[in-house]
Design a protein around this ligand. Sequence first.
Ligand code: ADP
Ligand code: MG
Length: 240
Amino acid sequence: AAEPEPLLATDALRKEFGGLTATDDVSLTVSPGERRCLIGPNGAGKSTLLSLITGQLDPNAGSIRFAGEAIDGLSPHERIDRGLSVKFQVPSVYGEFSTRENLRLALQRRVSGEELEDAIVDSLSRFDLADEEYVEANALSHGQKQRLEIAMASALDPALLLLDEPVAGLSVEETQRIADLLIDLNESVGVALLVIEHDMKFVRALAERVTVLHQGSILIEGEMENVADDPAVRNVYLGE
Ligand code: ADP
Ligand code: MG
């Protein structure tokens, strides 16, 4: 049978900052519905690659296809409308608004009326935020805020959800909770996940495949157990 077309395919992406090549000839593909983690030491170029995919940054060379079409030149907003959603490292909830109001703002771009009300209730339940419905986002714990952010990034029913370090600084319990929640989301609605994360326990729990970036390039890709045992990968992490 023919290979199904990837959901996301970057082709030889390159990004330079002055004399530094942050992204070097990266050709990465993600299949529909897959769970992928992007790992690598600090400064490997993970966040830069994410920003190239979302359109926050323009590449110096290379191109990107998403859902069968070239998306080069589309704004971040247009990419979101095509089904490519993102949660960045920096929080972006509205701090003065309640959990419910934040969810409403995100969900009302997709649904309205009674459907909007249902979607808010579903989202509160799916992301374990029902008890925090009327709590101002500023007053949420770090973990609750991360869950709210993921809920908001999922609001438009994306085909691909990009997450930059969703469990950084979280407890073991909260980390596991977010892994479970993402797996449940992936399995129930089929959203593909591309997740940058340092927490290897989280990566093992979540990822079907991992891609290791090093000095802007893909070092190796595969199943976590094979990648973790690879001498080149061990070297890269020892050198950190
Ligand atoms: P990671 O997310 O893997 O830690 P980044 O993508 O943030 O890595 O950074 C990759 C490299 O590019 C680093 O050397 C970083 O200092 C550099 N870099 C990232 N963003 C910028 C920028 N806006 N201007 C200049 N250098 C940058
Ligand atoms: Mg980063």
